[in-house]
Design a protein around this ligand. Sequence first.
Ligand SMILES: [Zn+2]
Length: 214
Amino acid sequence: MNVATPKSRLTKATTVAETGRPSRAEAEAAVRTLIRWAGDNPDREGLVGTPDRVVRSYEEFFAGYEVDPVGLLERTFEETDGYDEIVLLRDIRLESYCEHHIVPIIGRAHVAYLPHRRVVGISKLARVVEAYAKRMQIQEKMTAQIANTINDVLQPRGVAVVIEAQHQCMTTRGIHKPGVSMVTSRMLGVFRDDPMTRRELLAMIGRASAPIGE
Ligand SMILES: [Zn+2]
């Protein structure tokens, strides 16, 4: 059923530049400029189609700006036979882009909530992760946005989001430290207030089994 949801601070209005969005041709011209800045010739055969491909790639990388995460969670189910234990979606592949360097952040997210009377389709939790990941991000903000949205819309007894990811701005440039992953978490409701519930969740998430990137 549909429920009333707080739309105000969660919609894309604050992130999409609704005025003055450049044209596709302007975006392609900007890529040509960057190619020349890097020291190559955008008119040579191998690069002539690159601005078009880069702009198309940007449409994929940043598709999250077109998605309303609140809308994804509005359909819920109440026939749960009183299910009141943790629901955990583990190892959600995460591909995001560092807002400081616009290079990939690759990792995985674990999203859990403790339902209060209603549940949501599990694929929707993964879609909320994607809606925020496919933007220019920092991991801390993304973690909080995912948890806050689920909390505000579903109003469950608790929400937990844990993200572990590698930042290519750290592994392929700058200090060049491959193998380092960053872990962030946002705990709300019972996951924040009740140590036993939090411990149960962390046991369910367990140790990372597969290397990040697979
Ligand atoms: Zn960065």
